[in-house]
Design a protein around this ligand. Sequence first.
Ligand code: PMP
Length: 449
Amino acid sequence: MLKGTELASIKFSQSEKTEELFNRKAKYVSDGVSNIIPISIKQAKGSVIEDVEGNIYLDFYAGIGVTTAGHCPEPVIESIKKQSSRLLHSCFMVTMYDSYINLAEKLVAITPGNHEKKAMFVNSGAEAVENAIKIARAATGRQGIVSFESGYHGRTLLTMSLTSKVKPYKYEFGPFAPEIYKVPFPNTYNGILNVSESEAAEEYLKYFERFFISEVDPSDIAAIILEPVQGEGGFNIPPKGYWKGLRKLCDKHGILLIADEVQTGFARTGKMFAVEHFEVVPDIITLAKTIASGMPLSAVVGNKKIMDAIGPGRIGGTFGGNPVACEAALATINYIEENNLTKKSEEIGNLIVEKLKKLQQRYSEIGDVRNLGAMIGIEFVKDPEKKSPNKEVVGKIITECLKNGLIIISAGIYGNVIRFLPPLVLTEDQLKQGISIFEEAVHKILGEK
Ligand code: PMP
């Protein structure tokens, strides 16, 4: 078990154990798989991580938005133990089992919309997005897919093609999948169109009029895929009305609307699913990350008619909907509901943002502070007028936080956004401690002002 949750005694030191692991990693693991944070984890519980040296860290990144219900929640561990002694694998496509069906029933019940829905399971966020696109194409008989500038959907060929950040994700990995069209994301802080926040929804929606003339006819488009809040792209929140406008546009042209909730789903933004903030019901939702507290599982949930448009045997995979992962998901969702983590997410978000906005008043380098619940982004700039990205200070602040026991990571196509994605089981003390380590790091790097 973890020794304790006292961060005060942290000595950020890399002694023999860490060094030995990094040396062996360099010898046996492809250099293409890198590590952002130079520690090696021994164990983790709740919001606390212990490394192999015995250093204790407060976790504000949650395995990139996965351990939303905390590291190793007891009911999830119990369900994994129970299921793993009952059945580890059968391949659902050959012989079925109840966990898969129970989880499908649960997701159909909790995802937005009262219409008839169905679900299917695969292993990763990228694989869920791939399947959503396959289903949308087959259901509409169309091939074109619209995705967004600064969006992220995964690293497989199709999802990399939908993604919008060249290095490291796409560089040298082409040729990319055809029939994918990018449109500007309605970024209200630093968008491609130079419009005010109040005009943003309308102006970015208007862009489609030109797009459907200059790029592709809407009758060739199967689906528009969008993250409710862009994750890897920098925690960009679309303006009010944009999602509703997209819904109208899709209905007008018979296009399917896909919400990629891989990072935003399951209480992260203060609602079970982030599209609920925008009062829109998508045709298809993709889910992963938080769904099973770290067990590899992802889901596609959608309108029954669309999900059934493909014939038997046309989607699936050997491991998809593994029984242990499905039981972990049922226990995770139950935990989120029983502990009202949506409310907790909102409270954590409000508390952190209040402190960050105060910090922003003192430092012109903090260009923007934005959040939906506990999905919080802080954009660093060189000057607030030009909004030119300031990646350098982000790196320095992250390192300073790590030295003092707080793990945070960056985001954004320019790498100039710090993202907070804490597990939603943080105690009040841990929350205060984390914020104060961050504040101190900002003071140290940007100077007392
Ligand atoms: N979609 C979104 C919105 C994501 O944030 C991610 C992962 N960061 C993915 C898809 C891909 O998920 P995975 O890494 O599990 O393939």
